[in-house]
Design a protein around this ligand. Structure first.
Ligand SMILES: Nc1ncnc2c1ncn2[C@@H]1O[C@H](COP(=O)(O)OP(=O)(O)OP(=O)(O)O)[C@@H](O)[C@H]1O
Length: 617
């Protein structure tokens, strides 16, 4: 960004176009504190105390010490904060009350960039354009040209084809990431742009560039509203309006370049070379002394008392009051239905494409999965190489091999718990901003995982191990065996998906997924004879993937063997009859149906859990 660009004058004359004016009236926001080990409801904590204000076209900075409520105010007015905590208050844009669907028409850039690391800057922007611009009104060429314009406007042309970056890929710089996050939101050409601490984590130069960029946008028809921590002077001088917060109250709201004058009237004098932004925070934190005796009425902070008495506050209140009187009723918060601009199938196409790109560009997990598949297939094939049909080793080795196979196929799916956890913040951000439906995300993620990571590797695994073990040579038996292996794997991975959609920490998920697998193993009928022991827990066998997987393998292997051989392995058969295996054709399909049933229930629960994830901040 050139110096010329950075030294833009702050003033009316610089506006090419004016953005909207946002007013908020009597906003009271509370949170319910939880106390004790049982997380009982504690006292309500008021984090925004009946505050009102006007945010005008241009650069609106919300400043204050940590915990003063900057982000909460930003979230409430942008419709991002959980409506359950809003006691009362109304937000108006250009004099008209808005509901929390403002989140779908405005842009909100969160503090932690939520971008898909495996995609390039251009691909991320195109993803946003594809899902957020109505295909009826915007052709592909249109979307492309909008993306190119934004790349140009944000100075991202040079890194347009560079990936954002992941743990494995070194990507763009912090400033470029932030600009890309802003670009994702600018795609819909919103007139209101909210940013939560846009300079946090950036070096001074990059922070300055980001603020200059926002300043430029604010001169072209966008009202930019952001929370910020201790900006340096070159950043501060680009603010038009300043809102200073202290413990959920507004202690100053007005022109940024008039704030020094205001505080000097209250007896606070800035020292030479001090940064005004630091000075204001010192005043709020009580570290700067006033030369005047400021009264604290009713125990209220003297700064708050003085601000409420000030002419600018009185005038603002009057303006807000006038607008409020024109409209009755508060901010509606519930019942809004999100209208997506794209259809279910269109979203499915775009998300599946991204999921496949993701998979191809982070092949490490898939490589590991494939390497383990081949390794274990060879291992089991070598250990149980050409199992004889004589007793007792025929029985013993087949039982051992099937148990080993099912253990391997179930536990190799432990890694799937990261599916919904790794991208959770990206999903929450995109879904809350109306990019796509939850069902589309769910199906695209499941589809992109099941086929390449579960189904195809299982077919390979079965092909290698089956013939090495010398099981029944009939091709149909091989197909039945492969089907059993695949459905067992899908059953196990569905349990992992259910856990993944339920918790947000990987450590917790790993614990929670191992537990049902171990229980299923114990009650699978192989380790414990449930007729004699633990009969009161025997019902658990009905939800054991191990039981159904192993039973189906036994049935496939044992039925249709030549009569003479069957004789020899009669005790083998008897043992399994004791475990309740039904060797009929329906007996085989019963197990497959049970595996499909377990998978379906787990996937439905996973989907419900994904829908229940809180989108609010
Ligand atoms: N969802 C929530 N649950 C519990 N406490 C909350 C929640 N949201 C806000 N708070 C509390 O409200 C107060 C204000 O929080 P907020 O994040 O708005 O402050 P902030 O000024 O943006 O702070 P920081 O600069 O540290 O981000 C804090 O004490 C915070 O702990």
């Amino acid at each position: 960004m050139s110096n010329k660009e950075k030294s833009v004058h702050v003033g009316e004359e610089c506006f090419q176009q004016h953005g909207p004016t946002l007013m908020f009236s009597n906003i009271k926001y509370c949170i319910q504190e939880r106390v004790g080990l049982l997380c009982k409801k504690g006292p309500e904590k008021v984090i925004l105390k009946d505050i009102s204000g006007i945010l005008k076209p241009g650069m609106n900075a919300i400043m204050g010490p940590t915990g003063s409520g900057k982000t909460s105010l930003l979230d409430v007015i942008a419709g991002r904060k959980d409506p359950a905590g809003l006691r009362h208050g109304t937000v108006f844009v250009d004099g008209r009350p808005v509901t929390n669907d403002l989140r779908l028409t405005s842009a909100y850039v969160v503090q932690d960039d939520v971008l898909m690391g495996t995609l390039s800057v251009r691909e991320n922007l195109l993803f946003s354009a594809n899902l957020r611009l109505d295909p009826k009104n915007h052709s592909s060429a249109d979307k492309q040209s909008r993306v190119e314009n934004i790349l140009e406007e944000l100075g991202l042309t040079e890194c347009a084809n560079t990936k954002i970056g992941t743990d494995f890929i070194r990507g763009v710089s912090g400033g470029e990431r932030k600009r890309c996050s802003i670009g994702m939101e600018l795609i819909t050409a919103p007139s209101l742009l909210f940013l939560d601490e846009p300079t946090t984590g950036l070096d001074a130069y990059t922070a300055n560039c980001i603020i200059s960029l926002l300043h430029k946008l604010s001169r072209n028809g966008k009202t930019v509203i952001f929370s910020i921590h201790q900006p340096r002077y070159s950043i501060f001088e680009q603010f038009d309006q300043l809102t200073l917060m202290h413990k959920g109250d507004v202690v100053y709201a007005g022109k940024a370049d008039k704030a020094l004058e205001y505080f000097s009237l209250l007896g606070y004098q800035i020292k030479a070379f001090n940064n005004p932004a630091d000075f204001f925070l010192d005043i709020i934190n009580g570290e700067a002394e006033s030369t005047l005796e400021l009264p604290a009425t009713d125990g209220n902070n003297p700064l708050l008392v003085q601000f409420r008495k000030s002419p600018q506050c009185q005038q603002e209140f009057e303006e807000v009051e006038q607008v409020c009187q024109a409209f009755e009723g508060g901010l509606k918060t519930k019942g809004e239905k999100v209208d997506y601009v794209t259809s279910f199938f269109y979203q499915m196409r775009i998300l599946s494409h991204r999921a496949v790109l993701n998979l191809l560009r982070t092949p490490q997990t898939s490589y590991a999965q494939w390497a383990l598949t081949v390794f274990f297939a060879l291992l089991v094939g070598l250990i149980y190489y050409q199992i004889p049909l004589t007793l007792p080793e025929g029985l013993q080795n087949r039982s051992g091999a099937f148990f080993f196979l099912v253990i391997n196929v179930v536990f190799s799916n432990l890694g799937a718990v990261e599916l919904f956890i790794k991208e959770r913040s990206v999903f929450i951000h995109e879904n809350a901003n109306g990019y796509y439906r939850t069902s589309v995300y769910f199906l695209s993620k499941i589809g992109a995982d099941l086929l390449p990571n579960r189904i195809v590797p299982n077919i390979f695994f079965s092909a290698i191990s089956y013939y090495m073990m010398g099981l029944k040579p009939a091709f149909l038996s091989f197909l039945c065996f492969t089907l059993t292996m695949t459905l067992t794997s899908i059953g196990a991975v569905s349990v992992a998906f259910m856990v993944s959609a339920t918790v947000n920490s990987l450590a917790m998920a790993n614990l929670l997924v191992a537990l049902p697998f171990v229980i299923m193993m114990v009650f699978g009928g192989f380790l414990v004879n449930l007729n004699n022991m633990l009969s009161w827990l025997s019902w658990l066998e009905w939800i054991s993937i191990f039981k159904y997987g192993m039973n189906a393998m036994f049935i496939t292997e044992m039925t249709g063997q030549p009569h003479a051989r069957m004789h020899k392995i009669d005790p083998f058969k008897n043992q399994n009859i004791r475990q309740g295996i039904d060797y009929s054709r329906w007996g085989f399909w019963q197990n497959q149906v049970a595996l499909i049933g377990i998978s379906s229930v787990c996937l439905v629960v996973a989907y419900i859990q994904l829908r229940r994830i809180k989108r609010w901040k």
